[in-house]
Design a protein around this ligand. Sequence first.
Ligand code: HGY
Ligand code: MN
Ligand code: MN
Length: 420
Amino acid sequence: MGNGEKTSLASAIDGNRLWRRHMELARIGATARGGVNRQALSPEDGKARAMLLGWAAARGFVGSVDPIGNLFIRRPGRDAAAAPVVTGSHLDTQPTGGKFDGIYGVLAGLEALEAMSDLGLRTRLPIDLVVWTNEEGSRFPPTTMGSAVFAGALPLDRTLATRDAAGVSVDDALAATLAAAPVEGRRPLGFPIAAYIEAHIEQGPILEATGKMIGAVTVIQGLRWFSIEILGQAAHAGTTPRRRRRDAFSAAVAMVAALERLTADETDTVRFTVGRVEVAPNSPNTVPSRAFFTVDLRHPDAATLARLGDQIEAVCRANARGCEFTVAETIRSEPAAFSPAIVSAVTATARRLGLSHMEIVSGATHDAKFMTGRCPSGMIFIPCREGVSHSEEEDARPEHMTAGARVLAEVLAELSNSAE
Ligand code: HGY
Ligand code: MN
Ligand code: MN
């Protein structure tokens, strides 16, 4: 196994290299308050992909993309024609995002591949490091766009035609991104994968609160996204009596209040968020003619997610206040259970490395959910400070990041050397 001083793959993980690369990537899209704004398929996203490809090229790892721009960076195995083991996450961030959400899974994956090369390890199966396109779904809804198209959960053509608030299409933004970070190889959507493992910060408080360093993720809770558009009638704020108004924003407020009541839950398990609101013409003395808002609904139980989501249209209808409206569901993913074999591999590896660990359910959604139906798949969590994420205050500790990369490297080696 390669040079003498490092006898195990875990000990070949270079925590300083891992941390340094996070700080270098964080400069691309850095915000004044210490966060990162690197939205999907933006010039910053292209620069981050180019930086990653530069690090990979130095190791002889070659990149390919699929039709939605998912980036796959290959570390060859002895069996070149075999389906690869895949690890990775995303490089795009929220508008006021942090340095670690997604990025940790990509850089921990790269670090694991570098450690294998440092030791001269030849795995039986090839390993692909993946950067999923547009996991956040902020600039171009919905979330987990790239992995959804890869898995056939979203149609490619309609997705490429999706436009951002400025009218730029995914197709055009993707072309600019690929020009900024060119790769030779092409991959088809949905190619066979032998196994999938993704490292990520928890984005919640459980690991830190229980003093555990490693989370073996068992389930990702279910998620449904809706877009609600309401069309009323513009009118003069001073002369139009309420009884003659078709006030789109007043209807939106009533709808959201009613949806809050629908999703109220004393166990505080339901996650209901209205994160985007638009009003037009957005003038103080004109009754709004158009309103728009999004709903992000999540729950670990499929039946509850179905029951609540299926009532949204009726609740909007009951509060439309004379306006026209449409409710569109933009993505739906059922609660996704990971493979018990992968969960056990994560816990056994953490135990072997002497790392505190626990099984955990993911409140955040991840691209990994679309792998569960395709191959043995799982996730490794590490703590983040106070569970804060989707925030410029997002923070993680170098020792946790190194520990998670050690577990990832060992699990990757196990999966890529597994017998036929
Ligand atoms: O929304 C999510 O759960 C993910 O962090 N983008
Ligand atoms: Mn993420
Ligand atoms: Mn996120």
